[in-house]
Design a binder for this molecule. Structure first.
Ligand SMILES: [Fe+2]
Ligand SMILES: [Fe+2]
Length: 128
């Protein structure tokens, strides 16, 4: 069973964003699996880079989408993305500098984020 599974409750009603969320989930699951196996640090790092770059791309696409529909809470949503990205970067730097494995707190942070951010924050632009 994958670490995190897509469910209908994550449906934002915007196809392109749903697809990107699914890609994010797949990349996160891949990172989780590698991190739980005896994969070398290099490989984990590569998967983390991939996840982090896609997160940046997704936030950018999502912000563009929200701007295109004149979404009223764009600025607040942008700020939340910024904070999330900061957190991801912190975990990434710690890992690269001083750890061989990502700690569990990283994955709990990610799953809480995906769940609550998509359900609570992203779904609002779908309803808008
Ligand atoms: Fe978002
Ligand atoms: Fe999103």
């Amino acid at each position: 069973m994958p670490f995190f599974e897509w469910s209908d409750e994550l449906d934002t009603n915007v196809d392109s964003m749903n697809k990107e969320h699914q890609t994010l989930i797949n990349l996160m699951n891949k990172l989780y699996d590698l991190n739980s196996s005896d994969a070398p640090k290099d490989e984990i790092k590569k998967a983390f880079d991939e996840f982090a770059s896609f997160t940046i791309k997704h936030f950018k696409d999502e912000e563009e989408y929200m701007a295109s529909i004149n979404y009223e809470k764009l600025e607040v949503h942008k700020k939340i993305h910024e904070d999330l990205l900061k957190k991801v970067t912190e975990f990434k730097t710690n890992f690269e500098q001083s750890q061989n494995k990502l700690e569990n707190s990283f994955f709990s942070f990610l799953s809480v984020w995906l769940n609550s951010h998509i359900r609570g924050i992203d779904k609002q632009y779908g309803a808008f």
